[in-house]
Design a protein around this ligand. Structure first.
Ligand SMILES: Nc1ncnc2c1ncn2[C@@H]1O[C@H](COP(=O)(O)OP(=O)(O)OP(=O)(O)O)[C@@H](O)[C@H]1O
Length: 246
């Protein structure tokens, strides 16, 4: 199977600091890959390379088997790679549905076609199982989990083929976390989108991911199917690493 996104021997340095050394990984079409690792292991740097924000110093990136140079976040997006960061890039003062259509508003000349955008946003969010009573409400009034869900839904709506989620469950309550996990499960069931997800809660990672990669000091040191590993194994690996570094 040709990977939806593949990384070969990628290295990234920030001055004297080597953040990524020799990263090789892939995510298959429709697969959910969990990326775990200690603080400072390089997870966010890798995601930022994959979404076109940072340029790697070495190595190749392949999208559907074709080597690409990701020139910018917009360029990566045009190739179907979209990242949802912790700060989300939603506009707090705008409504849910305006955020869903940010930069690609539906227009009925000379005005925005608000009715149509509202209806489409409602349909899409309902279709994705995102539970929101009112899409006209300002994003600022929503919870972190609801905002995260909207950001993910917006990326999927924009035809993303590979979704990069940097700690989507961080600082979230149980109910909100469940909504995001359900959303990811739903995406997985449809098999339309590949997901790379950074998370610190290994139980959730095992619950929602097909495969897990561990990043340690800028290297991938572990690659197993979720079904072939366990919470104990993942915890032991990270604890061993922590002990080694102390
Ligand atoms: N823009 C930057 N300039 C300089 N150093 C950076 C930059 N971004 C990241 N680093 C360094 O690169 C290393 C990897 O950082 P990164 O944020 O990728 O780790 P991480 O695994 O995502 O950690 P965390 O789980 O704490 O978010 C760290 O030592 C960090 O200080």
């Amino acid at each position: 199977m040709t990977a939806a996104l593949e990384v070969r021997h990628v290295a990234k340095r920030f001055g004297a600091l080597t953040a990524l050394r020799d990263i090789t990984l892939h995510v298959d079409p429709g697969e959910v890959l969990g990326l775990i690792g200690d603080n400072g292991a390089g997870k966010s740097t890798l995601i930022k390379i994959l979404c076109g924000f940072h340029r790697p110093d070495e190595g190749q990136i392949l999208v559907n088997g074709d080597e690409v140079t990701l020139r910018s976040v917009d360029h990566a997006r045009s190739l179907g790679i979209d990242a949802v960061y912790q700060d989300l890039a939603l506009v707090n003062e705008l409504s849910v549905y305006h955020n869903m259509f940010l930069n690609r508003e539906l227009v009925r000349w000379p005005l925005l076609n608000n009715r149509k955008m509202r209806r489409r946003a409602e349909e899409h969010l309902r279709d994705m199982g995102v539970d929101l009573p009112d899409v006209t409400v300002e994003v600022a009034k929503l919870s972190g989990g609801q905002r995260q869900a909207i950001a993910v839904a917006r990326s999927v709506y924009s035809d993303a083929r590979v979704l990069l989620l940097d700690e989507p469950l961080a600082a979230m309550g149980a109910k909100e976390g469940t909504m995001i996990l359900d959303l990811i499960r739903d995406l997985k069931q449809r098999g339309e989108v590949s997901v790379i997800i950074i998370a610190h809660n290994y139980a959730q990672v095992l619950d929602v991911c097909d495969r897990v990669n561990l990043l340690q000091q800028g290297r991938i040191t572990f690659d197993k199917k979720a079904a072939d590993t366990s919470l104990e194994e993942l915890t032991d690996l990270v604890v061993a690493e922590y002990r080694r570094r102390r």
